[in-house]
Design a protein around this ligand. Structure first.
Ligand SMILES: Nc1nc2c(ncn2[C@@H]2O[C@H](COP(=O)(O)OP(=O)(O)OP(=O)(O)O)[C@@H](O)[C@H]2O)c(=O)[nH]1
Length: 692
């Protein structure tokens, strides 16, 4: 995680380091030594938000007082200076001349030396200038500073320029020593924390059974209360060590969280049924883990079955870069049976081992931060959220900012439904007391008090609104400018196609387009329609989605629009390659674009001799018009593209039919229409140059 120094942040915020240090302590409970200490980027972001929010509020009495005191101080100094000047006059001319010469001589060599920070008073003394003059110069440079206030070198330099004095920056030796010491300034008390595990795998390979088996084997035997509540996560104890499991199996939740910027999982258990082997969702899960850089432990499940063939699973895994340890690789594979309760302890021990290698640590003494795992509105209790504490300790009574909502924790329960008062790193808790239901994947931060939390939550809401209107993730159209601006060096692509062969062909050709400036990388490829999961993965990895002979399903379309994920579909491989190539050199300038009008579902088909197949349909979304171009989709795959031959409402010809109405239609030179097919109606529109 990147960090920022206190003085850099203070400068950005246009306050002094001292003020920032006080703010960190009062508002966030973070103690830093001095201006050279470091603050974590996420804390810095919070402070910025806090101040941005304050800016909008009218000045508090305290702030008015502060402004006033600076002015008063300034006036006082002016008076002092008058006295000072009269004293100075008493010095002999020769003395004054000698002083002046000495200063000039010093300046002539290499300027006046000052460190990274200096108080206004010391600065004036060093330059042998009246303090009032220095303050005046500062004011002219846009800085309102009191006599005892610290300014940084760059500010001092601006003022010095006005006073025609040259400055030289000297390295502050004491601070350079602290640099290293302070790198972990916030996490001063790093301690081992339990690993957080997600279970993934193909449908029916036994994810839920495995989670149940682990929970039953490890929770009921040792802990009071026994049965776990479903709060979205639970913690077990094995050999005196804890492991936290996220209770929503599958990669959808995992990726949805990543799309929101939350990486919660430390280790993934990939469940593969020994009688079934690697299946499409297994591959998806592997790719999702790789994209998130999370270690995988493979649980080869259902080994109780006669048809189980663990070696075949290991063999298939090698094709995806996962080579089992016993075959000389580094992937831990544990044979298990969730049903017969075989190998569960071995699996858990391997999780602990992996956790140890990963050296998972957190500081339980700092203020808490973490992520929302689940949330809902409970009739009686109001908004309820399961939070996973990732750093620090969360206590009842703490005020927290959660995404764009906030609250003060009224009560807290553990995964056994027991009321608790505090929770440390990697521990999931259910909390009451939030003002609204937060979104899973939102981060939470403990802040000073409820008022601060509320103010920041409101500011975030406003910001979110303005962001929604402006933000767009990477797209082929603006790829070139994003590369030029240095925003991206890599173009991750997700390919969905109707057949495996097309994926491989596209993958190879696309990756070959990589240049020194931008690397093209296919992070996932799969057969079938573009789904919501593909869009989530794209959002999480800032990827574009390319469909070849397939279309997004309804959900995917909606999520893509919401998440602003760029999706483009092609029917000819060459066109896809050509677009990416043109995009990379900034030459992609589409002059026509496709506009989707609506989607129609086929409910019945009739064969009419001499006419062909007529379909009885229902318009699901938008509308279809007589001159729409249409594509027939079966399971998200494009079966045909062409024109309508007829469009009818009851017996009459219709010009257009809107959502919610039935219609009959036939397609020009195409009769293979089936019940359940979706017809997508669209037209091509010319883009005016001004829109490009
Ligand atoms: N024989 C045998 N059957 C198992 C084992 N583990 C799970 N099953 C069975 O496999 C089927 C699917 O198990 P689930 O746990 O529901 O699988 P899942 O991966 O959670 O499935 P989805 O939630 O649909 O993705 C169920 O009928 C289980 O009883 C096992 O170790 N041995």
């Amino acid at each position: 995680m990147s960090k920022i120094r206190v003085y850099e942040l203070a400068k950005e915020l246009a306050i002094t380091s001292k003020e920032l240090i006080a703010l960190l302590k009062d508002e966030f409970g973070i103690e830093v030594k001095n201006h050279m200490s470091v603050v974590e980027e996420e804390d810095a972001a919070l402070i910025k938000e806090l101040l941005a929010d304050k800016e909008k509020e009218p000045m508090t009495e305290e702030e008015i007082k502060r402004e006033k005191s600076i002015v008063e101080e300034y006036e006082e100094i002016l008076e002092e200076e008058v006295v000072d000047l009269s004293k100075k006059k008493k010095k002999s001319k020769r003395e004054l001349k000698a002083e002046e010469d000495a200063r000039k001589a010093l300046e002539a060599v290499d300027g006046i030396e000052i460190g990274e920070f200096i108080t206004v008073k010391d600065f004036a003394e060093k330059m042998e200038k009246p303090v009032a003059e220095v303050i005046k110069a500062l004011i002219f440079s846009g800085i309102m500073a009191g006599i005892n206030q610290e300014i940084d070198f760059e500010t001092a330099e601006k003022a010095a320029k006005k006073l025609e004095v040259k400055l030289v920056k000297i390295k502050d030796e004491s601070s350079s020593v602290e640099e290293d010491e302070n790198d972990d300034a916030l996490d001063v008390n790093l301690q081992k924390r339990p690993p957080i595990v997600t279970v993934m795998g193909h449908v029916d390979h036994g994810k839920t059974s495995l989670l149940d088996a682990i929970r039953k084997a490890k929770v009921t035997e040792s802990e009071a209360g026994g049965i776990t509540q479903h709060i979205g996560a639970y913690t077990i104890t094995i050999n005196g060590e804890k492991i936290t499991f996220l209770d929503t199996p599958g990669h959808e939740a995992f990726t949805a969280m990543r799309a929101r910027g939350a990486q919660v999982t430390d280790i993934v258990i990939l469940v593969v049924a020994a009688d079934d082997g690697i299946m499409p969702q297994t591959i998806e899960a592997i790719n999702h883990c790789k994209a998130a850089n999370v270690p995988i432990i493979v649980a080869i499940n259902k080994i109780d079955k006669e048809s189980a063939n663990p070696d075949r699973v290991k063999q298939e895994l090698t094709e995806y870069g996962l080579v089992a340890e016993e075959w000389g690789g580094s992937t831990i594979c544990v044979p298990v049976s969730a049903k017969a309760k075989i190998g569960i302890d071995d699996l858990l021990e391997m999780v602990l081992l992996t956790a140890e290698v990963e050296e998972l640590k957190a500081d339980p003494t700092r203020r808490a931060i973490g992520t929302v795992i689940e949330s809902q509105l409970d009739k009686g209790r109001g908004p309820v959220a399961t939070l996973l504490v990732q750093k620090g300790t969360l206590n009842v009574g703490d005020s927290i900012l959660v995404g764009s909502t906030y609250g003060r924790i009224r009560a807290m329960f553990d995964d056994k439904g027991k009321k608790i008062k505090s929770a440390g790193p990697s521990i999931p808790v259910e909390v009451l007391g939030l003002s609204e239901v937060p979104v899973a994947g939102d981060k939470f931060n403990e802040v000073k008090d409820e008022k601060t939390a509320r103010g920041m939550a409101e500011a975030r809401k406003i910001k979110e609104k303005s962001l929604q209107q402006s933000s767009m993730r990477v797209s082929l159209e603006d790829l070139y400018s994003q590369v030029k601006e240095g925003k991206i060096q890599e173009l991750p692509i997700i390919i969905k196609a109707d057949v495996q062969g097309s994926i491989e062909a596209l993958r190879g050709s696309l990756e070959k387009l990589s240049t020194d400036e931008i690397k093209v990388r296919v992070i996932h490829g799969g057969v079938g329609a573009i789904t919501e999961t593909d869009i989530s993965l794209a959002a999480a990895s800032n990827a574009v989605v390319i469909g070849f002979n397939v279309r997004p399903d309804n959900n995917a379309q909606a999520v893509a629009e919401k998440e602003k994920v760029y999706v483009k579909t092609y029917r000819v491989i060459y066109n896809a390659l050509d677009d990416v190539k043109s995009a990379m050199i900034g030459m992609l300038s589409p002059d026509i674009k496709e506009v989707i009008q609506g989607r129609v579902e086929i409910r019945q088909t009739y064969k009419v001799s001499n006419v062909g197949t007529i379909a009885g349909c229902y318009v699901l979304t938008g509308k279809i018009t007589r001159n729409s171009e249409v594509r027939v989709l079966r399971g998200g795959v494009i079966i045909h593209e062409g024109h309508l031959a007829s469009l009818k409402r009851f017996k009459d010809d219709a010009k257009e039919v809107n959502a919610g109405y039935e219609c009959g239609l036939s397609i020009d030179k195409f009769n293979d229409l089936r019940e359940g097919d979706i017809i997508e109606a669209f037209y091509m529109e010319e883009i005016k140059r001004s829109e490009l």
